[in-house]
Write a protein of this length. Structure first.
Lengths: 256, 14
């Protein structure tokens, strides 16, 4: 059986919030080592890959691997029933038909428990090859979120150009054009504000801003986000989690 | 205009 306790429900609430625009139904895979998920959106443009290692939980026990087929919208509704600061416990039997979600509010002495009906989710598992990326840029999540939001007011797509000078986001839409240039910088007092650019060779690719804005829902999970780009490979947008990560892959736009 | 690529070509189904 599975029994997994999180000190703060906010972590799972934010994770589910950040994937629900991309994925409707998915399998949460629970194993001895932790909880993971891999799912593609219906149009096969974006893929989300989540790992929450067992050490990211206050308590974690999973005797044998369990696959939890979940409707993400339904899980979102249940998670909204708990407070951000509540202790959250997930429980499931070995061949479960429901996932038990328990919230404990120690201040109010309030315990609430909900059972989410599980479903069979027929899902292809994709092999994600190890990729040598041409460029990796780590920046504050708030900055990336702002850029994606601002440029989406002008256009549906953004061109991302990385060279040794820094990273440029630019777009050209019906009402006009915009661009933002970020240069590498290090902030010793506030390292989360640093911008780090690692580059093997310059790279320029275009991406759909609607998806980038979906990914930015994960901004509350981490202070920094890393973008990895290569050739015509999918963009990797990674947010680090306590003992894990949430990674989004986005297929680039092709040709012009 | 650029067309939106798909992931299928990059990731193989296991």
């Amino acid at each position: 059986m599975l029994e997994a306790k999180l000190e703060q429900a906010a972590l799972l609430k934010r994770i589910v919030d950040s994937i629900r625009d991309i994925v409707q139904d998915c399998n949460f895979e629970c194993s001895e080592s932790g909880l993971s998920l891999q799912a593609m959106d219906n149009s096969h443009i974006a893929l989300v890959s989540l790992l929450l290692g067992k050490d990211g939980f206050t308590d974690y026990r999973c005797d044998r691997s369990i696959s939890l087929g979940v409707n993400v919208g339904a899980l979102t509704k249940i998670l909204k029933c708990g407070g951000n600061d509540d202790v959250l416990t997930l429980r499931a039997e070995d061949k479960p038909s429901v996932l038990s979600v328990m919230f404990e509010d120690s201040i109010q002495d309030r315990i609430s428990e909900y059972n989410l009906k599980l479903m069979d989710v027929d899902q292809e598992h994709m092999g994600i090859p190890d990729t040598e990326y041409s460029a990796s840029v780590t920046m504050p999540t708030a900055e990336f979120q702002r850029i994606a939001r601002d440029l989406h007011t002008l256009s549906d797509s953004v061109e991302i150009d990385v060279n040794k000078e820094g990273i440029t986001f630019s777009c050209d839409g019906d009402i006009g054009a915009g661009s933002i240039v970020l240069k590498p910088s290090s902030n010793i007092d506030r390292p989360e504000q640093s911008i780090n650019v690692e580059i093997v060779e310059p790279v320029t690719l275009s991406f759909n801003l609607k998806y980038l804005n979906h990914f930015c829902k994960a901004s509350g999970l981490s202070n920094q986000v890393t973008l990895r780009l290569s050739g015509e490979a999918p963009l990797l947008v990674e947010y680090k989690l306590p003992n894990g990560f949430i990674r989004f892959f986005l297929a680039p736009k092709i040709g012009d | 205009t650029a067309t939106q690529g798909r992931l299928d070509g990059f990731f193989k189904v296991l």
